[in-house]
Design a binder for this molecule. Structure first.
Ligand code: NAD
Length: 500
């Protein structure tokens, strides 16, 4: 297959990085790891192995957690003045910015996504996010209180709260935005004064490996930021380690539930950012062109491998037929190609197993009586591609309407009234995000509060910002990332009461 003329050629230092040995980052240094098990890392555009990483075992996790625990107890990070921690975290952001092209290329080669997304979202968005969180390091405050019930008649009390870092944080990230979501975990943990063991997805560990090196260069002390690579068993060993005080997890609802069950035994603090089956509602006044562009951005951005992807489209009956026609035509016209080709709009999904999972969803939908009006198969080329797919006639009881596919696939369903649209949109176990498409202000104000989702976008979708809390209702998770309260879940509140 001929290479498109604008296809990006990997930098020399990307090739050198991929060819190097990748170990575990513990106590400020690379170690081979005690485990002899290795995991192959693939380029989804070709199916070729591009790197090999350690599948860390419980002893490796213990080494990393003990390093983080010793650093926490010694106060090498939390006892630094907040302004000094902030300075080093800002330097960390600068280093990510300076290494952006290398990181973006590694992300695309490992995850499969468009180089445009790696450059402008995953890596390009990282420094702003990092600087926002770094700035919170110097904004941690407590409160003072008057007390009403004095134990001793005439006694006088000074009561206040302090916020203290929680301890060792286990950070477990998924494969869809590997470095970006890793940063959503390690940055607030570090800004709060915690120490961290990061475990990226076994499918996409590479940018996290580079990231911890940059952290060291930025002056994050040895033992404060550690990295173990490995699969679900490595993650479970981190969750079960008694010296871990908090798990911050982004991934599937099934894994989130397993973590919550393990956490219950020892009241382990958890933040869980989980899956989505997100609705987009298009009212009758939404211009077709805007609606179709919105549906493509919401449903097919990053090949639909987005927790907030709008995978269920509900369209007013009056515009349903022209919408389906225009969406199918637009989707059939999307250029398919490797992530390193900036002109390709649909890129491979992350793995062969994930491609098969998506195709199984399509087969099941057909079997259940839904109709595929665009895509529904894999193009005949190397790599893990799935054609962008539009499904109609999928009742809300069908698996395709209820389960997260996490691929380039949307269902489109007509509605007859706005009550109907809200009922359909809310008919889900999940509640991560939703969008409403209309220029009618009154309807926007009336319908937005009725949608059960952690984020409701109006005339946009997938827009996230460090200043805007993000997280799920229902089975989409517990807790919120982002916003001025980002550090709260990495800190304990201690009340101090002084009699005088
Ligand atoms: P996953 O649950 O399979 O894996 C996520 C991480 O958990 C990986 O690092 C994995 O190795 C680890 N893991 C697996 N089993 C574990 C266990 N028993 N204990 C501890 N760790 C374990 O998810 P994925 O397939 O990597 O990611 C896709 C999912 O993530 C989708 O469901 C998507 O919606 C969700 N997601 C959510 C958000 C959000 O902010 N809500 C963002 C991105 C992705």
């Amino acid at each position: 297959m001929a290479t498109a003329p604008d296809t990006v050629t990997p930098l020399d230092d990307v090739s050198a990085f991929l060819g190097s040995e990748h170990g575990l980052f513990i106590d400020g240094d690379w170690r081979a790891g005690r485990s002899t098990d290795r995991i192959n890392v693939f380029n989804p555009a070709t199916g070729e192995t591009i790197a090999t990483v350690v599948n860390a075992n419980a002893q490796d996790v213990d080494d990393a957690v003990r390093s983080a625990h010793a650093a926490f107890e010694a106060g090498v990070w939390s006892a630094l003045p907040p302004a000094e921690r902030e300075r080093r975290l800002l330097k960390f952001a600068d280093l990510v910015e300076q290494n952006a092209e290398q990181l973006a290329q590694i992300e695309t080669l490992n995850q499969g996504k468009s180089i445009n997304i790696s450059r402008y979202v995953d890596i390009g968005g990282a420094p702003s996010y990092m600087r926002y969180i770094a700035g919170l390091t110097t904004k941690v405050t407590g409160e003072t209180f008057d007390v009403s019930i004095a134990a001793i008649p005439g006694g006088r009390y000074n009561a206040s709260t302090r916020r203290e870092p929680i301890g060792v944080v286990g950070a477990i990230s998924p494969w869809n935005f590997p470095m970006m979501i890793g940063l959503w975990k390690i940055m607030p943990a570090l800004a709060a004064g915690c120490t961290v063991v990061l475990k990226p997805s076994e499918i996409t560990p590479l940018t996290s490996i580079r990231l911890v090196e940059l952290g060291k260069e930025a002056g994050i002390p040895d033992g404060v930021l550690n990295l173990v690579t490995g699969d679900g068993k490595t993650g479970k060993a981190l969750v079960d380690h008694p010296l871990v005080s908090k798990i911050t997890f982004t991934g599937s609802t099934a894994t989130g539930k397993a973590i919550a069950r393990s956490a219950a035994d020892r009241m382990l603090r958890t933040s869980l950012e989980l899956g989505g089956k997100n609705p987009a509602i298009f009212l009758a006044d939404a211009p077709i062109e805007m609606a179709v562009q919105g549906a493509i951005l919401g449903g097919f951005f990053n090949n639909g491998q987005v927790c907030a992807a709008s995978s269920r489209l509900y369209v007013a009956r009056a515009i349903y037929e022209p919408f389906v026609k225009a969406l199918s035509e637009a989707v059939n016209g999307m250029a398919i190609g490797p992530g390193l080709d900036p002109a390709a709009q649909i890129n491979p999904v992350v793995s062969a197993a994930h491609r098969q999972k998506i195709l199984d969803h399509v087969s099941q939908a057909r079997h259940d009586g839904a109709r595929i009006v665009a895509g529904g198969d894999s193009p005949d080329r190397p790599g893990f591609y799935v054609r962008p797919t539009v499904v109609v006639d999928a009742g809300s009881e069908l698996a395709i309407s209820r389960q997260e596919v996490f691929g380039p696939l949307v269902t489109v369903t007509p509605f007859d009234s706005e009550d109907d649209a809200i009922r359909l949109a809310n008919d889900s176990d999940m509640g991560l995000a939703a969008s409403l498409w209309t220029n009618n202000l009154k309807k926007t104000m009336e319908l937005t509060p009725r949608i059960k989702a952690g984020t409701v976008w109006v005339n946009c979708h997938n827009l996230i910002d460090p200043n805007m809390p993000f997280g799920g209702f229902k089975e989409s998770g517990i807790g919120r990332d982002f916003g001025v309260r980002s550090l709260d879940s990495y800190m304990e509140v201690k009340s101090v009461c002084i009699a005088y």
